[in-house]
Design a binder for this molecule. Sequence first.
Ligand code: FE2
Length: 291
Amino acid sequence: MTVPLRAVARRFPGIETMEGAGVRLRRMFGNRQVPLFDPYLLLDDFGSSNPEDYLAGFPWHPHRGIETVTYMLEGEVAHGDTLGNSGTIGPGDVQWMTAGSGIIHQEMPRRSDGRLSGFQLWVNLPAKEKMAQPAYRGLSGAEIPSVPLEHGGSVRVIAGTFDRVAGPVRGLSVDPTYLDIRLPSHESIELGTPRGHTAFAQVVSGSGAFDTTSGPPARPGETLLYGPGERARIASADEPLRFLWVTGRPLGEPVAWYGPIVMNRPEELREAARELQNGQFIHHRAPILEE
Ligand code: FE2
């Protein structure tokens, strides 16, 4: 019996958005798309050669009820938070931050002579973990395995597994897969996905066919959301193709969302606002989670 092949169900070109203290970025999906990408809430693609687009950064702000995953491709972001973490996220590094009951942090891009580019993905937490202790994973590029492909190209495994190689981010309820895949020109790859899991691709560079139907080739900057099935087939065209591949188990829970706080019920948002005002927002101060 053949395993059903997933087809691209919807394509998202992204919308230019101002965030933080005035950072120009492209929002690929966000609160208007709930619950299409469940358990993922938001994907921002930030990339610019003009420091005026990003230097204002994301000064101190709270998060609760979610995880934020920052993956830098070029340039650097300096960060600090109420868990006591501080440092720099550089090219190839990943910061996987579980806000849980609440953190306050800042994320400030550094001036670069070249380009700054990266992605921030928000992962929803199940209701039973929204008020849990926060956690933090700061992964340097060297800690993320890269699996070479037979005909050239590679797969970096941030979370989940590829070809029996597991990424460093493990043990999360939504069972995320997060891969950074490079294919040479005129090559293809098949990716198995657990049945019922949401799957999407984010095109970084190049172009290609993200399923076997005859739609126009996907271009850099597009997000492609898949329909049901258990595997996907992606083929590059005349140039090398680079894309992010993300899957996860949907939560199917109600979403109440206000800015950087995502809970299940409006009452929980009001509670968070009260706590922010009273200085009672931080419930846990936790040490760094060493992987
Ligand atoms: Fe943040």
